[in-house]
Design a protein around this ligand. Structure first.
Ligand code: KG4
Ligand code: ZN
Length: 339
């Protein structure tokens, strides 16, 4: 079965053709990073305009790279949330229109659930019950996965998402957007023990996250007390690398500690990871070093960041294996809780 996946939740316009939920025939991604760089973050109006411009060429390219035509498609799957509403509407309206025009079934896919599915795509044996760890620009979550489609959110962030914190710390250090990869690069030449930062604990919620205090501590360290975002740096180039390394280590140690705390409470056969921050090699090596005997499933590097292969893959699973489809009036949602 061939599924066309479409992704436009944030700042990537993507389309992909996936066979039987796992075999990726094409995976086309147009990244808008260059358009948003000068704003230091995603500018929603610019994002939706760019999606509107690129979505049809990206879909065309996905079909031609897969060496198929619209007639060969068995299902159209689109990410219907969470994300920016203007961006979501472009992907969703395109998917619905093509579904009507080509007379193909349609399904809406939760972007966050698809991030976790990305870690399941390369493996024949999915193992449940499991834990899911979503680390992206907009989300930080630990979930129980009883089965695909059956989740319980154990913890989430009460303020900034982890990827967002990386982007903000990068911006404080004068690094370009998106900041995660820049912080990772700079951290490689820094000493992670030079600065004593701390991630937040949330009272009575052992699996929740809070990164805003950590971010403020970094701000005061690099720009001084009573400073604000646009104040000049008061640290040397060398110290910048130590800040990046120390921040990164603390943020990741917090995620690792809370994840393994969850494995103590809930029966866990495996841990699945998803989201752009999972591209970080240091995160993977820190987790791998402390795996406590659990099997850790990471998405392939090409599937960590936003992509449509994960949307098509999960679409296959829901439609052909779970017999679920959606009506064409399915509404896009800026927020959806996985449950
Ligand atoms: O999953 P994603 O592409 O988009 C969302 O669904 O949010 O994640 C993007 C986020 C950005 O905040 C980016 O800075 C972060 O992932 N990111 C990283 C790395 N690569 C991307 N954070 C840390 N280290 C990286 N290597
Ligand atoms: Zn994402």
């Amino acid at each position: 079965m061939l599924v066309l996946g479409i992704e436009s939740t944030c700042d990537e316009t993507a389309a992909s053709v996936v066979k039987d939920g796992k075999q990726i025939l094409s995976n086309i991604i147009f990244s808008q990073v260059k358009l948003h760089e000068k704003f230091g973050g995603v500018f929603p109006e610019v994002a939706s305009r760019s999606h509107a411009e690129k979505i049809l060429p990206v879909i065309d390219e996905a079909l031609s790279k897969a060496n198929i035509t619209s007639e060969d498609i068995d299902l159209i799957a689109v990410a219907y949330g969470p994300g920016l509403i203007g961006s979501l509407l472009v992907g969703s309206n395109t998917a619905k229109t093509l579904s009507l025009a080509w007379n193909k079934p349609f399904i809406g896919i939760n972007h966050i659930e698809a991030h976790l599915y990305a870690a399941m795509m390369g493996e024949d044996a999915v193992q449940f019950p499991a834990l899911g760890v979503v680390l992206s620009g907009g989300h930080t979550q630990i979930l129980r996965i009883k089965n695909i489609g059956d989740y319980q959110v154990l913890g989430t962030t009460i303020d900034d998402a982890i990827g967002e914190s990386f982007d903000k710390v990068a911006s404080m250090l004068g690094l370009p957007y998106p900041g995660g990869p820049q912080v990772e690069k700079l951290a490689k030449i820094g000493d992670s023990n030079k600065f004593l930062f701390k991630a937040g604990k949330v009272k009575d919620s052992p699996f929740d996250f809070s990164f805003s205090g950590l971010k403020t501590k970094v701000l005061y360290t690099v720009k001084g007390q009573k400073s604000h975002k646009s104040s000049p740096l008061i640290i040397s180039e060398e110290e910048k690398a130590h800040v990046a390394a120390s921040f990164q280590k603390v943020a990741f140690s917090d995620v690792i500690e809370k994840t393994f705390l969850a494995t103590k409470k809930y029966k866990t056969k495996a841990i699945y990871f998803g989201g752009g921050v999972c591209n970080n090699q240091k995160l993977r090596s820190m987790f791998d070093a402390e795996n406590n005997g659990y099997k850790l499933f990471w998405p392939s590097f090409g599937l960590s960041l936003d992509n449509a292969a994960m949307i098509a893959g999960l679409g296959y699973h829901k439609f052909f294996e779970r017999k679920h489809s959606d009506p064409l009036h399915l509404e896009c949602k800026t927020r959806i809780r996985l449950a």
